[in-house]
Design a protein around this ligand. Sequence first.
Ligand code: PEP
Ligand code: MN
Length: 463
Amino acid sequence: MSYQNRNVAASFHPFELSESSAHLEALSSWREYPRIQQPTWPNEEERARVFDELRAAPPLVFAGEVDLLRTHLAKAARGEAFLLQGGDCAETFADSTADRIKNKVQTILQMAAILTYGASLPTIKMGRMAGQFAKPRSSDTETIDGVSLPSYRGDAVNGYEFTPESRVPDPSRLWKMYTTASQTLNLLRAFTGGGFADLRQVQAWNKGFVESDAYSKYVRVADDIERAVRFMEAIGVDFDPIRMVEFYSSHEALLLDYEEALARVDSRTGEIYGCSGHFLWIGERTRQIDGAHVHFMSQLRNPIGVKLGPNASVEDMLRLADVLDPEREAGRLTFVSRMGAANVREKLPVLLEAAKSEGIEAVWVTDPMHGNTITSSNGYKTRRFDDIMDEVRGFFEAHWEVGTVPAGLHMELTGDDVTEVLGGSGELDEEGLQHRYETLVDPRLNHSQSLELAFLVADMLGN
Ligand code: PEP
Ligand code: MN
């Protein structure tokens, strides 16, 4: 992860870590607000011990990086860049291996190459990675064969194994979340700063994946890019922007104990940064205007996302913008629309019209995953690739209708050849789901489905 902006170097000075900092003390006020989706830790002493350890630990991201991302997002809001955000629904400790992380990064870099090439727009690359370890759940309990246990809430909280012991929330998992996130970020920084993300590797990113229509289509795009790069090399163009790639981390800021413990005061400005990831978002289930999550996040300097589902009203949106982005600062606020293919053309334009007339210049991103979840007849939680494509199309159409900017794509994907989403050019059917269904929560696009989607979005952007 190399940051081209020279000012970034200035931010690598220590954050204030003083526990008596008045700023940080004020942050704990979320505990007085209605809070949902928080684990009930069985032992308060143990929670407090882990909290103190996290508070004393180094930040995972730095203020200068976060500020730079905000300026990129401001460009996306204006249509001068496009945000590509992708990764697992739920990262797990066991799957945070070098190979799996590398496959995800490769997939995102490939999608970014397709988008940048197809649309002639800079792509902001962001993983749902290095922190996506906690999940909101629709029910507090899960029942299997008449046995009810607490629901799995992500590796940051409890174990997936269906036993009473494993499902007890364990605060030491918050520390494991921090160390796993830091290992993941270390690898991301090495891959993207160490030459692997150099555009001259555009062909290498395709290596090792199974061949498919999208794979072959990618080879052709990569050939074109390579030729263009060789041409520029021949005429002596400066290669720094090609060699150095910025790759940002993001996750849903669900566990406020963790987020509070990782907040730091920037000693340059006295402002508070959430240092668990560059970009943090509030989920569909926790975006209550008077709730703990919105209150907590309003105090951070990071760019903030909020998911908006089909029940989001114009008033919800306007109030969220007022609380989270009172200054109407470019790049500060991202709205992630996840309406479902059946709703997006009807519901999204209403929000876009209102935002436009109120002068809210949010970064509008489509999450075509979470409004399109179904159960297959053989019992798998899945999504249809066609519905995902259709929601993306509906998202673009809504923006064209209103005259606003479609600024990004938020995806659940993996670089592995899993079988979790129905359809795509591989025509995965219900029977096929059982071959390699590995996700612990929501179904992800596999490598070739991810590329296919990138080609569609490149077409829409090029329009
Ligand atoms: C998610 O992003 O995994 C998620 C739970 O999404 P949403 O908040 O939109 O339901
Ligand atoms: Mn999900």
